[in-house]
Design a protein around this ligand. Structure first.
Ligand code: NAP
Ligand code: GLV
Length: 323
């Protein structure tokens, strides 16, 4: 019997699989992120940890958890975990790729539409009794999405799924920047691999889908925003710190770009007050890229699959690349 700690809410049917396998489960089924001290205390005797992107799993925590054998992140991104430290301690790290790809791509398209067609602002106006400020004014308008140039930064799983929606759903022309070539996407979607500068200059929608790593931290700052079209939109459903938020605010204020649709922020759960104030240029979501019932359940079961594999001596199916 192993001790398994789950730091946040998780589907009961997934948790039950751990209990039915004979393990002892401490499930902190709270809707708020676990406090650091509580995390350190809970993980001290744990053999397995199922955690969320809001949990910082670092050397200090790992050094205090001598029995830990696996950290199963309920997310595809895993920059919240010090994977090098985990490796030094002989601890497996797993994530939940693939099952959230389509759901996250749906939300990305939703943000493109919401910001370009002013869906969120229109909704706010109707609720505030300002219907007439819109419907009857021929020159109050947004921007088309269909037929435009879509720039994908990071043509991996989610980037490709967004590109597919853009190409086949909206007749968009797809450019992409990635450190490698994605030949299947080029063939299927006619996507063109370009340097980042060219993507910024030519795209009407720039969608970020790279992971957060030292090489992508602040990949978007003032120089990148200055290169974008003044009519273009930035969409970030990847990670907040990929964008220098101060520079984004400056770009929006100065009109270097038309707007931004964001699901992620540099200092979550804080959101830069200027982004909130710029409500005619931004659409802001609370990190809900994968947040559908179907996908969150699938993610929970994948985390459990990984833990059960590790605890029964098998290789977990979703070890992260540098684990
Ligand atoms: P993925 O399949 O690994 O795609 C990422 C792509 O970016 C890969 O092609 C990767 O190349 C490329 N890349 C990595 N570093 C790069 C760099 N420095 N310059 C250029 N390209 C680079 O990952 P995914 O499943 O699509 O997920 C992408 C990210 O989305 C996750 O890491 C996560 O942070 C975020 N996400 C957010 C939400 C949300 O709720 N908002 C939900 C799901 C995912 P290689 O293959 O060579 O590494
Ligand atoms: C969510 O942010 C994820 O990385 O899955």
């Amino acid at each position: 019997m192993a001790n398994i700690v789950i730091t946040g809410e998780l589907f009961a049917d997934a948790v039950d699989r751990l209990i039915h396998a004979g393990h002892s489960v401490i499930h902190r089924a709270e809707p708020s992120p676990i406090h650091r001290d509580e995390l350190l205390a809970a993980a001290r005797d744990a053999d397995a940890l199922i955690c969320l992107v809001s949990d910082r799993i670092d050397e200090q925590m790992l050094a205090r958890s001598p029995n830990l054998r696996i950290i199963a992140n309920v997310a595809v991104g895993y920059e919240n975990i010090d994977t090098e430290a985990a490796k030094r301690h002989g601890i497996s790290v797993t994530n939940t790729p693939d099952v959230l790809t389509e759901t996250t791509a749906d939300l990305t398209v939703g943000l493109m539409l919401a910001v370009a067609r002013q869906i969120a602002g229109g909704d706010r106006d109707v609720r505030a009794g300002r219907f007439g400020a819109w419907g009857l004014l021929p020159l109050r308008m947004g921007t088309d999405v269909h037929g435009k140039a879509l720039g994908i930064v990071g043509m991996g799983r989610i980037g490709t799924a967004v590109a597919r929606r853009g190409r086949f759903g909206f007749g968009m022309h797809v450019l992409y920047y990635d450190r490698g070539r994605n030949f299947p996407a080029e063939q299927e979607l006619g996507a063109v691999h370009v340097p980042l500068d060219r993507l910024l200059q030519q795209s009407d929608f720039v969608c970020i889908h790279v992971p957060l790593t030292p090489s992508t931290h602040h990949m978007f700052g003032a120089p990148q925003f200055r290169r974008m079209k003044r009519t273009a939109y930035l969409i970030n459903v990847a990670r907040g710190p990929i964008v220098d938020e101060e520079a984004l605010v400056e770009a929006l204020h100065a009109g270097w770009i038309a707007g931004a649709g964001l699901d992620v922020y540099e200092n979550e759960p804080s959101v830069h007050p200027a982004l909130i104030a710029l409500d005619n240029r931004t659409v802001l979501l609370p990190h809900i890229g994968s947040a559908t019932r179907e996908t969150r359940r699938a993610m929970a079961h994948i985390a459990v699959d990984n833990v059960l594999a590790q605890l029964s001596g098998r290789q977990p199916p979703n070890l992260v690349p540098d684990s």
